[in-house]
Design a binder for this molecule. Structure first.
Ligand code: UDP
Length: 327
């Protein structure tokens, strides 16, 4: 059995990872405290409910499944909340990950795939980022993720822990078969909020800031299809299994979309108007976060072919219409 411990496997990105891992011949063992995840998203392997702060529970699960690797998705990920409640982010993300890393090392599980973020880069004057760009996070979420990257590097030096770190740009879309998809409570992400506004499940979308230094005044982000993102994780796992050692990869497409452009494309794809209004900036938001993925393409052979804005909106819309949002 090639068990892979998937923390956060009941969440949006983690549940897509479990589906792909199963298809690739692994057994995804989900470890999740369900603080933001959904038990009915755990469909592709065993479920172990547990909290990263509970070291005893982690040790138990490592002993029971003897995973060949960890894929670590479990984290709090709201930029705005991380600015108003940074302690929550440092405790859950940084301390929780430290527990997990120590438990993995103690169990002899030395392959670790980590979901990090472009928020570790911070503001960089409209450049296209790459993995060597300096990391200067401007919010506690990004800072907590950068700290975990540092931990992985230190445990690599001290204990031979091998890590593949993926710095995500904005993840969007859903499984084409709509078996799993994006559902956060509360929802804070742009595309699901746009789709909710379109069909009246929520109030009008508020654009957070229209005075940024971008062509239309709204923030620019680089959106990646969740299934493409997960393809990279399976390639990263193989990279580790092949003994290629620790490496950091950005996962972006190199093209950015402004908030207004996302609204326009959503109307084009769904054929429905997006009710919206314009509001002030959200604390912690960077003007522009865009990355090429030259390294992931060259070294992992990653091909993010589903990551067109229209495809991401169409897949998210299909999932949205399954009614999972109406639970
Ligand atoms: N955004 C917005 N209104 C919303 C939610 C998000 O204008 O109700 C903007 C946000 O300011 C950012 C972009 O949409 O520029 C993407 O935000 P999201 O929260 O989806 O992802 P993040 O970039 O924070 O990871």
């Amino acid at each position: 059995m090639r068990n892979v411990l998937v923390t956060g496997g009941a969440g949006y990105i983690g549940s897509h990872a479990c589906k792909a891992l199963k298809a690739a011949g692994y057994v995804p063992v989900v470890f999740d405290n369900l603080c933001t995840g959904w038990e009915d998203a755990v469909k592709f392997g065993p479920f172990e409910r547990g909290d990263l702060m509970d070291r005893g529970r982690l040790d138990e699960v490592f002993a029971a499944y003897q995973p060949i690797a960890v894929m670590h998705f479990a984290a709090l990920s709201q930029v705005g909340e991380s600015m108003s409640n940074p302690g929550k982010y440092w405790l859950n993300n940084a301390s929780g990950s430290l527990n997990l890393i120590e438990a993995a090392v103690a169990a002899g599980c030395l392959n670790f795939v980590f979901s990090s973020t472009c928020a570790t880069y911070g503001e960089q004057d409209n450049v296209v980022l790459d993995e060597t760009s300096v990391q200067m996070p401007i919010n506690a979420y990004g800072a907590s993720k950068r700290a975990i990257e540092d931990m992985l590097s230190d445990f690599g030096a001290s204990h031979g822990l091998n890590s593949v770190i993926f710095r995500y740009f904005n993840v969007a879309g859903a499984d084409e078969a709509a078996e799993v998809g994006e559902f956060h409570q509360p929802e804070t992400h742009l595309i699901p909020l746009v789709l909710d506004a379109i069909d009246g499940k929520r109030d009008a979308l508020t654009i957070f800031g229209t005075d940024y230094d971008t062509p239309d005044g709204t923030c620019i982000r680089d959106y990646v299809h969740v299934c493409d993102l997960i393809d990279a994780h399976v390639l990263g796992l193989k990279w580790l299994e092949d003994g290629k050692g620790s490496r950091v990869f950005n996962l972006g497409t190199g093209s950015g979309f402004s908030v207004r452009e996302v609204i326009t494309r959503s109307t084009a794809v769904t054929g429905r108007a997006v009710p919206f209004n314009e509001g002030p900036r959200r604390p912690g938001d960077c003007t522009k976060l865009v990355s090429g993925s030259v390294r992931a393409r060259d070294e992992l052979g990653w091909r993010p072919e589903r990551s067109t804005m229209d495809r991401m909106i169409a897949d998210a819309w299909r999932w949205h219409q399954t009614g999972h949002y109406d639970k």
